[in-house]
Design a protein around this ligand. Structure first.
Ligand SMILES: Cc1cc2nc3c(=O)[nH]c(=O)nc-3n(C[C@H](O)[C@H](O)[C@H](O)COP(=O)(O)OP(=O)(O)OC[C@H]3O[C@@H](n4cnc5c(N)ncnc54)[C@H](O)[C@@H]3O)c2cc1C
Length: 387
């Protein structure tokens, strides 16, 4: 058992931390409040190779794995810049295309994903289907060599700043009459694809959208993979990287909040010469949150290590547990930090309440805590499915 990072991973972590601190939480908040994106940070991270750490070197990436990408997610978040699109573009889209795309799709998309000039967001959630992906209603129909896509998607992050959206649809399997998933790389400016921005109570430079697909015509090579058989494995390929990187972002956010609160409570004095942090009623909740964040980090490390070793089933269990643990720990850490700062905790200046919406959403998306508990109950505890 080894808990140490390799020297290269250590270097990566330090370099990403330095980049994150150069921008910092004030930059993140200012962009979000102005309704702008963190373009400068994203572009610089891309130029420096941090967005493509998990992409093979032949496509301009770093040749690492999800362990490296999780480090990037965690360190940027720990500097107060949790970039949600890291979870969809390099983690989900790049993994799906690298593992299940055609050669042509790899060449077309991976270099841009690696240097950050291309963003591909991910659309699976639908208003009617919700957590039950078996009920997906977005349908792909053949029309000659083309495909026609129709349906609706909701809460899709980053559509306004991406060139493509990876859409999960379903198509009728003519031989059996069963419905199978099929993934399509859809240009965000494709005729028939429209969007409307959702008003979300999350202070974030990234937006969520409702997407309407009205007979969106796509060429045959928009389908991920050589045939429809690629659909199911391609969909599953994105899940572990998504859970692990979103967990890393949560752990980083938790670290950030605890650090901000600890600095404050160590120096703030309201009772004579003692810091408020000397009172256990203030220090213990912060220490408790720090323990929860560190436990989540251990599980993230385990899940990423298993995933990069190709042990997908075990990584699935650890990745779900890591996502659950990090989602809870991040929400606890931010809430505890707000409390420890008193009134200052609710100001924009001290930069912790600014994360309340994001960490609350982290207990719902991209997979809710309840659906993870269902997964653990069934796959770890051997319980029957209740739904
Ligand atoms: C900020 C944000 C960004 C997002 N970005 C994206 C994105 O980029 N792409 C994308 O495709 N989606 C995205 N989503 C959607 C997200 O993945 C879903 O919101 C999430 O999967 C839950 O689905 P739902 O909202 O339809 O909830 P529902 O399925 O309606 O569930 C509502 C509640 O019931 C619970 N529940 C449902 N079924 C069960 C059950 N069987 N047992 C126990 N509890 C159950 C759920 O856990 C939840 O608490 C985003 C969401 C948010 C908030």
């Amino acid at each position: 058992m080894n808990f140490d990072l390799t020297p290269e991973q250590d270097q990566l972590r330090d370099a990403v931390r330095a980049l994150g601190r150069k921008y910092g939480h004030d930059y993140f908040v200012a962009k979000a409040k102005a309704g702008e994106h963190t373009t400068e940070l994203w572009s610089e991270a891309g130029r420096l190779g941090y967005l493509g750490v998990n992409i093979p070197t032949e496509y301009g990436g770093g040749g690492g794995g999800i362990t490296e990408l999780a480090l990037v997610c965690e360190e940027l978040a720990a500097a107060g810049c949790p970039l949600l699109l890291l979870v969809v573009s390099p983690a989900i889209a790049a993994t799906v295309i690298n593992k299940h795309g055609t050669d042509e799709q790899r060449k077309r998309h991976l270099p841009g994903l690696a240097d950050g000039t291309q963003k591909i967001v991910f659309a699976i959630t639908e208003p009617e289907a919700g957590s039950n992906f078996h009920r997906l209603g977005t349908v792909a129909r053949r029309d000659g060599d083309d495909w026609l896509l129709s349906g609706r998607k909701c809460y899709i992050s980053g559509v306004d700043e991406a060139q493509y959206v990876l859409v999960v649809a379903r198509t009728e399997d003519e031989s059996t009459g069963k419905l199978k998933p099929a993934l399509f790389i859809v240009p965000t400016d494709a005729p028939g694809l429209t969007r409307s921005k959702l008003d979300m109570e999350i202070l974030s430079p990234e937006n969520q959208f409702l997407l309407y697909l009205d007979d969106v015509r796509l060429p045959a090579d928009a389908l991920v993979g050589e045939s429809l058989d690629a659909g199911l494995p391609a969909l599953f390929a994105g899940l572990n990287p998504e859970r692990i990187t979103v967990a890393a972002m949560g752990a980083g956010t938790g670290r950030y909040a605890i650090e901000r609160a600890s600095e404050y409570t160590a120096t703030r004095k309201v009772w004579g010469g003692r810091s408020i942090g000397s009172h256990q009623g203030v220090a213990h909740p912060l220490a408790h949150a720090a323990v929860q964040v560190e436990l989540a980090r251990l599980m993230i490390h385990k899940a990423a290590t298993l995933y990069d070793a190709g042990r997908d089933l075990e990584a699935g269990i650890s990745g779900n547990m890591a996502k659950y643990a990090a989602g809870e720990a991040a929400a606890l850490a931010v809430d505890t930090a707000v409390q420890a700062l008193g009134g200052a905790g609710m100001t924009t200046e001290y930069g912790v309440a600014t994360l309340l919406g994001a960490v609350r959403a982290g207990r719902i998306a991209p997979v809710s805590r309840e659906m993870i508990l269902n997964f653990v109950a069934q796959h770890v505890l051997g319980q029957d499915k209740s739904y």
